[in-house]
Structures are given as C-alpha cells and as structure tokens.
Design a protein around this ligand. Structure first.
Ligand code: FAD
Length: 287
C-alpha cells in the first residue's frame, strides 16, 4: 500500500524503523529482529540505507522480506549522495521487482574521501524528481524541526523542504525531537510556507544513553531539562534507563496523538522489545 493512501484513510498510524546489517553475516539476526517487530502489526516498517550505499543490497533484501514474508508495508530509505543516474535506475528497478512502492528519498552525508565535484545529485530534491520520473512510487523526504545543521537559518531550511515538495515529495518524516512544542511550532511554519503534505513525527526512545548528548550537540537537537534529569539520574543504570526512555517516548507519542498528529514513527532500531513495550503502552490508544 502507498503511504499516501494510509495517511488519508487511517486516523492514527504507528510505524517502526530498522537498519540493515553491514555485511551478509549479520543478515539472519537482523531478519529475526525485523520479523518480531513486524509481528506487532505496525502500519509500516522503514529500512535505513547505509551512507554511500555500502549495504544497499542488504537494505533492499530486508525491505523485500518485510513485504513478502511479513505482510507489512516497507518504506525503503534511499540516499543519493554518491549515486549516478545508472545506479539510481538500477536500485529503483530492484525495488520495483520486489513490489516496494514507498521510498524515503535522502541526500545522505558525503563519505570521507569522496570527491564532491563528481556528484550527480546535490540534494534530496534531485532524487525525489528522479524517482518520480522513473515510476509510480510514493516518495517521502526528511525534515528537521530544529533545522538541518547545514542550514544558515530555519527559513533557509524550510525553503529546502519546499523544493523537495515541488519536486514531488508526498510526505515528510521528522528527525527526532524531545520536546513536542518544537514540532508544533515547526508545523505552523511549514503551513505558513504553504507546505501541507503529511508530516510523520519521528520519535526516538533513548534506552541506552551512550553518545546521546554528543549526537544531539552535533545535530543541533535540544535536550529539555526534564529529559536531561532522566539521563543524569538513570544513565548509569541500564534497566532503569530503558524503562524511563520508553516511558518518555510513550508520553511524547500520546501527547502527539492527543494534539492531532496522525502519524508517529518510532526509531526502534532493531529492538523488538522496545517496539513491543511502546506498542503495548498504546494498545487502547491506537486500536
Ligand atoms: P537535503 O534535503 O538535500 O538537505 C540538506 C541541506 O541542503 C539542508 O540544509 C537543506 O536545507 C539544504 N537544501 C535542500 N534542498 C536544497 C536545494 N534544492 N537547494 C539548496 N539547498 C537545499 N541518512 C542516510 O545515510 N541513510 C538513511 O537511511 C537516513 N535516514 C534518515 C531519515 C530521516 C527521517 C532523517 C531526518 C534523516 C535521515 N538520514 C539518513 C540523514 C540524512 O541523510 C542527513 O541528514 C543529510 O545530511 C541530509 O539529508 P536530506 O535528505 O535532508 O538532504
């Protein structure tokens, strides 16, 4: 099913994200985790794409398995930074052959040592246009409620989003955020810029605090005091941190649905136990 149809017809959607193995050796364990997540009957499962397409074949294989063996709609991420017209056509051909009709079109980050002057695709908007020209795909893009780190201002960032939408982007998925007011303010600004396609709220349950402060600093993400207190108090206690991280994410999600956000995407990152707890916490809410 195309995600545009899903967003049109279902009041509250819940989806999960997984990442493919780096090498074929890890395929079985990732596949097992994905099947457990699929058994929770999410509305769709997204599969990330390694920087520079290093494990593109494995990502496509996991997405194909989600549709074929689990009966769940896959959303295949696809980043274009090192792609050529030929490699994009080849990858899209593989997705079509596996009946994968939803793609999250991303620019990706330039891998170290890659010559930027050789780029065919400079922005995700270029990839969105290419995908739309090559088939009947439903295409999403990334958006950043606190701005992309490369954007000089939020207005510039929203201009980048507008170009993606003009290129044919059907929906957006947000980067993680830990304060829902940041999303609500951002949605007003998108509407003000004339952007009214569905926006899926991306929620990250922080269950292992390792690196989270550094990741947030690098990505320009705010850590609200309430969340910092949780990291300070439970960061050294894995079981308590996991419980607190799931509870925090659940609270964010309930607040989002209660305030009229229809689509929530959980960065479950191959953790079926975390996905299951969140699903259970919402059992009556998204029934
Ligand atoms: P773009 O949309 O190209 O934006 C990058 C910068 O350029 C922004 O500052 C933007 O404002 C500006 N810009 C955009 N369009 C234009 C334009 N036409 N002209 C001028 N400036 C423009 N990375 C992966 O490698 N694999 C993944 O699977 C993956 N999944 C992700 C999922 C989500 C939901 C998010 C939020 C990010 C994901 N990323 C992934 C990370 C993403 O690749 C990086 O954030 C990357 O730096 C930017 O990608 P983009 O698609 O947003 O790029």
């Amino acid at each position: 099913m195309k995600l545009t149809e899903l967003f049109k017809n279902k009041k509250s959607t819940l989806s999960f994200e997984v990442f493919p193995p780096k090498t074929g050796d890890g395929f079985e364990s990732v596949s097992e985790a994905v099947k457990k997540i699929a058994a929770l009957s999410p509305d769709y499962i997204s599969v990330t794409y390694g920087a520079g397409g290093s494990n593109a074949g494995l990502a496509a294989a996991i997405a194909a398995e989600i549709r074929r063996d689990c009966g769940v709609t896959p959303l295949a991420h696809f980043s274009c930074i090192t792609s050529t017209k030929e490699s994009v056509a080849e990858y899209l051909g593989g997705l079509k052959a596996n009946k994968i009709e939803n793609i999250l079109a991303l620019r990706g980050d330039l891998p170290a040592g890659f010559d930027a002057s050789t780029l065919t695709y400079r922005h995700a908007s270029d990839l969105v246009a290419e995908i739309k020209a090559q088939g009947d795909f439903c295409v999403g893009g990334a958006c950043y409620p606190e701005g992309h780190p490369e954007s000089p201002s939020q207005a510039d960032d929203i201009e980048g989003i507008r170009r993606k939408v003009e290129a044919g982007c059907d929906f957006l998925t947000t980067q993680m955020f830990f304060d829902n007011n940041i999303l609500y303010n951002y949605l007003f600004k998108l509407l003000d810029a004339g952007i009214s396609i569905p926006v899926v709220a991306g929620i990250m349950p922080v269950t292992t605090p390792k690196n989270i402060r550094r990741i947030c600093a690098l990505s320009g993400l705010s850590l609200p005091p309430r969340f910092k207190m949780i990291l300070d108090r439970y960061g050294d206690n894995p079981a308590a941190m996991k419980q607190a991280g799931i509870a925090y994410a659940t609270e964010q999600i309930i607040d989002l649905y209660a305030n009229g956000i229809h689509a929530v995407h959980v960065y479950a990152m191959n953790k079926p136990d975390v996905a299951e707890k969140i699903r259970d916490n919402l059992s009556a809410i998204i029934a």
